[in-house]
Design a protein around this ligand. Structure first.
Ligand code: AMP
Ligand code: MN
Ligand code: MN
Length: 332
């Protein structure tokens, strides 16, 4: 196995496709782990690789701290996703972490694990390379497209179910082909998935056109409270417990709010402050000039150049001030 370089001047080196595939072939059992507040990438990537490994006769399970969001339950095998860890896991079980820049993104309920039994598959900037093997490719649009490289190298058949999972990861992380990570290669891979039977109309319907009415009401409340600053370059708003209660919404209903802020003419950076469930979580988006991953990283978060997030230690007002300062430090 390759060793990772300590954090410092040099970016750590990713494991090769051959190293990862050899490890996948060697092990008999796998537990896939998705990040807290799961999205279509963390879940779709694990489900796709899990389905492929099952076709090779391997044992596959899924660990996820939070429940499967309503709009992802159409994906195959989501009924296998739980917070429980099976008591009879074989000793050679490999824990595969999908779409997380650090181990801590898995939450608080994982059992103690040996590093040698951890594989990290991801595309975030600043990934901490916490596994013994780290298949980390920041130039990939989704963790699912990293998985697709592994599927090709494993030479397993890509079934319509697997293709649907991979296309879900792409559509989630490109905002349905809207974001700048929608390269020619991504469109080619997407075409390949559709040719293999991916159900694109279903993905579009379930993920992008199946909002609860409460989400639409909440969007209205959040947009009413939106603030524009820095001569129109920064737009932000918040959602708190009272607003959720007023329209009977929950955290899953906040997802698209920040993209409306970013879409305002002249806006370079957008922020949504989510002040509920005992913490202030922040979603940041860039229009291409401000590195919001770097801004989030200074406050203990992470993500990508154009989309990042963090959990703030402190109250809403302090979060608003700290994030503003962090964005200004990145050139806002
Ligand atoms: P979100 O705004 O929740 O859609 O997240 C945008 C991006 O930021 C995703 O790539 C997340 O993985 C990442 N992200 C969100 N929250 C955190 C956090 N607390 N720590 C590290 N990365 C995060
Ligand atoms: Mn994700
Ligand atoms: Mn992702």
């Amino acid at each position: 196995m390759s060793s990772s370089v300590p954090a410092g001047a040099m970016a750590p080196v990713s494991s090769t496709t051959e190293e990862v595939v050899a490890e996948l072939r060697r092990r008999s059992s796998f537990m896939f782990v998705s990040h807290v507040k799961p999205d279509g990438d963390t879940l779709g990537a694990g489900l796709a690789l899990g389905l492929a490994l099952k076709s090779l006769g391997k044992r596959v399970g899924y660990f996820q701290q939070d429940p499967v969001p309503r709009n992802l339950r159409f994906l195959p095998d989501t009924d296998l996703v739980t917070r429980d860890v099976p008591a009879d896991l074989p000793a050679d079980t490999l824990w595969v972490f999908c779409d997380m820049s650090d181990f801590s993104r898995a939450g608080e309920f994982l059992p103690a694990l040996e590093r040698e039994n951890m594989l990290d598959v991801d595309h975030h900037l600043g990934n901490s390379h916490f596994g013994a093997l780290n298949y980390v490719i920041p130039s990939e649009a989704s963790t699912g497209t990293c998985v697709l490289r592994l599927l090709h190298a494993l030479d397993v058949p890509i079934t319509p179910e697997i293709a649907t999972c991979i296309l879900t990861t792409i559509m989630t992380d490109t905002g349905a082909f809207m974001h700048t990570n929608t390269t020619a290669a991504v469109l080619r891979m997407s075409a390949e998935m559709v040719e293999l039977g991916a159900d694109k109309p279903r993905i579009t319907e379930e993920i992008f056109a199946n909002k609860r009415f409460a989400a639409t009401k909440l969007l209205g409340m959040a947009l009413e409270r939106a603030v524009i600053e820095d001569e129109g370059r920064y737009c932000w708003t918040y959602v708190d417990e009272k607003m959720l209660l007023a329209v009977n919404a929950d955290g899953e209903d906040t997802e698209e709010i920040v993209q409306h802020l970013r879409a305002v003419e002249g806006v370079e950076a957008a922020a949504l402050f989510k002040d509920y469930e005992g913490a202030v979580r922040v979603s940041l988006r860039s229009s291409g000039k401000i590195n919001v991953q770097a801004a989030a990283a200074t406050l203990g978060g992470g993500g990508h150049f154009m989309a990042s997030g963090l959990t703030f230690e402190g109250n809403l007002q302090a979060a608003i001030e700290a994030v503003h300062a962090a964005l200004r430090a990145q050139g806002l």
